[in-house]
Design a binder for this molecule. Structure first.
Ligand code: BTN
Length: 225
């Protein structure tokens, strides 16, 4: 069962760090770490993750034998909990009205058969309380801090559902929320127009001249088109 046992901390460096320690010490599938605030929240590709205390869901789950498309499954689940308007910017940023309301950081030890799924959701964050450099791009669900716990339980249900989908159904669910389809994208080594994801969850891009390439999430940092 996802969410049990649960460790809730008033403050920690990063819930992913705590969950990784627990996973390494043998914690069972579904173990959950939450925190009211993090002093060193981590994002993808070396970025930091900031959230005002008590206004964001900050959580990490220990998962045993995780699926290869875990980051995509997590994005489908977060979007499901965030509502009908939520879209996914490849690979796993969840956007509402074009602004990022959630980030996902999956870290793991595949050889030991576990992953830690870290999720931050701006449930009740006021964008003006975030660092200024995020004001143009960050979003919020605009809910009350009292909604953090109900949102967590809704999300755990969505995660349970998304992790139970077979690969084809998961890819379809992801595609139904694709924020980049037909949009111009730019990355370190090129630019083009996004054409959806392939069977392995890579972003397919039509490049100038008409060819197509598939981008791998681990290697690419996407910029605005
Ligand atoms: C990203 O968009 O770059 C991913 C952000 C992931 C943030 C969450 S908050 C809870 C968990 N603990 C962390 O240190 N990071 C993840």
């Amino acid at each position: 069962m996802l969410g049990r046992p649960r460790l809730h901390l008033r403050e920690t460096s990063s819930t992913n760090d705590r969950a990784r320690e627990l996973a390494g010490a043998g914690a069972p599938h579904g173990t959950l770490v939450t925190a009211a605030t993090q002093s060193a929240g981590r994002g993808r590709q070396g970025r930091t993750w900031s959230a005002p205390p008590g206004h964001a869901l900050l959580m990490s789950l220990v998962l045993r034998d995780p699926p290869s498309l875990l980051p995509l499954a997590a994005a489908v689940a977060v979007a499901g909990a965030a509502g009908e308007d939520a879209r996914i910017k490849w690979p796993n940023d969840v956007l509402v009205v074009g602004r990022k309301v959630s980030g996902i950081l999956a870290e793991g030890r595949p050889q030991e058969g576990w992953a830690v799924l870290g999720i931050g959701v701006n449930v009740a964050v006021r964008v003006e309380d975030l660092p200024p450099e995020l004001h143009a791009t960050a979003g919020t669900l605009g809910r009350s801090p009292d909604d953090l716990e109900p949102f967590l339980y809704e999300l755990l249900g969505e995660l349970d559902r998304a992790l139970g989908l077979d690969q084809a159904a998961l890819l379809d669910a992801w595609r139904a929320r694709d924020a980049l389809m037909g949009r111009a994208v730019r990355w370190t080594a090129g630019e083009g127009v996004a054409r959806g994801i392939d069977g392995e969850g890579r972003l397919v891009v039509e490049v100038p001249g008409g060819g197509r390439t598939a981008l791998d999430a681990g290697e690419v940092h996407l910029g605005a088109g």
